[in-house]
Design a protein around this ligand. Structure first.
Ligand SMILES: [Fe+2]
Length: 408
């Protein structure tokens, strides 16, 4: 039986707070501990020096968060406020929408999120550490997507059932300018109590500043005026508006708990979704960005995020897990080569007509199991092994794996 059989992803828990895991320590692909000074897993130079709930530095951080954490005037919209949600999303690069899940959906998504997390936490840590730190992540932080050897959780019926909800689909259609968009994955992330470091501010997807004809067509459907100059070229203003309003990828993160000042609320920097520059490094990030978090967003709500917008995880100095599983969508113009097969045909067949249509690029053929699906492990080396070995699911063939950059 799992030592974490009673684990829940909301409310008080004994999970996390491993004092034997030094601050800022990440893992290489085999689990060897190391600290990085640059890049996505760069150390947080302002992190407390001990991972202990009552440590004076942790208490000082908690007190500062209690006083200052959270975006002032965060707007939280209702699912029927589609126009308002769209206006905020195109302006800020994200929007919080409450009540995406009803009580039963929230209960069952919490249960599934806890079940997958137990598989990660049951793996014994190295050298007295409670847990294995995920390759290229800071301690006590895991991705449901990258922990899966298929890079997605679309073989999980719970995640697949979230693709087409009466609360999310009308907003997604409004953001994409119609029902011509795709699903390209599902996963999400979580942090355990005791994740005391800030995650480096980053974009999940970089804008490539390309305008294929299909992207122009989508912009037209969204009502962007494609004004041209005397030379017939698009005006700069029209070009900038197209980039701003046609994100390559949009995700919906579902909140399993309320986001509080101390449980690691995601930070989002408004208006950064179409910026050509890079976000600041850990050392250069100003305090106002570190405090630009979505405190107040309630359980059952979701965050629609343009994946280009600058964002990052923040310290969880509470006693509660902060989990936000997600579904990821792609623009109609995204190249077919960017999609991987991650949803078994047999799961696909149970979905609504619309969900089946938008999942067409990621579903396998009947009887074919997505490479790696079903193996959950925090280390890259163990996931690669699982992806390369034949399917262990009786009666299924293994779909071939494709190389694709890891998500963050
Ligand atoms: Fe990210």
């Amino acid at each position: 039986m799992s030592p974490h059989s009673a684990l829940e992803v909301f409310g008080e828990t004994d999970a996390g707070w491993c004092a034997a895991t030094p601050p800022n320590e990440t893992s290489d692909e085999d689990g060897r501990p190391l600290v990085r000074r640059e890049g996505f897993t760069a150390a947080d130079p302002r992190a407390p020096s001990r991972r202990v709930y009552d440590d004076p530095e942790v208490c000082a951080l908690r007190e500062r968060l209690r006083r200052f954490n959270g975006l002032q005037g965060l707007e939280i919209v209702a699912p029927h406020e589609i126009e308002r949600a769209r206006r905020i999303f195109f302006r800020d690069g994200f929007v919080v929408v409450r009540d995406l899940l009803d009580a039963e959906q929230l209960r069952s998504f919490r249960e599934a999120s806890a079940r997958v997390l137990r598989q990660i936490l049951d793996i014994p840590g190295f050298g007295g550490r409670k847990y294995v730190t995920e390759t290229a992540r800071l301690p006590h932080r895991y991705s449901y997507g990258t922990s899966s050897a298929s890079n997605q959780l679309l073989h999980e019926p719970m995640w697949a059932s979230m693709i087409d909800l009466p609360t999310t689909t009308p907003i997604l259609k409004s953001l994409f300018g119609g029902d011509d968009y795709w699903v390209d994955g599902a996963g999400g992330d979580l942090c355990l109590p005791g994740a005391i470091e800030y995650q480096t501010l980053h974009s999940d997807v970089r804008e490539r500043f390309e305008l294929p004809p299909e992207r122009l067509a989508q912009a037209r459907r969204l009502g962007v005026e494609l004004r041209t100059g005397p030379d017939g070229a698009l005006e700069d203003r029209a070009r900038a508006l197209i980039y701003e309003r046609t994100p390559p990828r949009v995700t919906v993160n579902f909140l399993m708990s309320d986001l509080t000042f101390e449980n690691g609320p995601i930070r989002q920097i408004p208006g950064t979704h179409a910026r050509p520059g890079s976000p600041p490094t850990q050392a250069d990030e100003p305090e106002w960005m570190r405090l630009s978090t979505l405190v107040g967003a309630p359980a059952g709500a979701g965050i629609f995020r343009d994946l280009r917008a600058w964002h990052g995880a923040t310290p969880n100095v509470s006693r509660e897990i902060r989990a936000m599983p997600n579904v990821e969508y792609a623009a109609p113009w995204l190249d077919e080569a960017e999609f991987d097969l991650s949803m078994p045909h047999e799961v696909w067949a149970t979905l609504s007509d619309h969900a089946r249509k938008i999942s067409a690029r990621i579903k396998t053929a009947p009887g074919e199991w997505p490479a790696g699906a079903g193996t959950i492990h925090p280390l890259t080396s163990r996931r690669s092994e699982a992806k390369g070995s034949p399917s262990e699911v009786p009666g299924f063939y293994r779909a071939p794996a494709k190389a694709r950059p890891d998500r963050r």
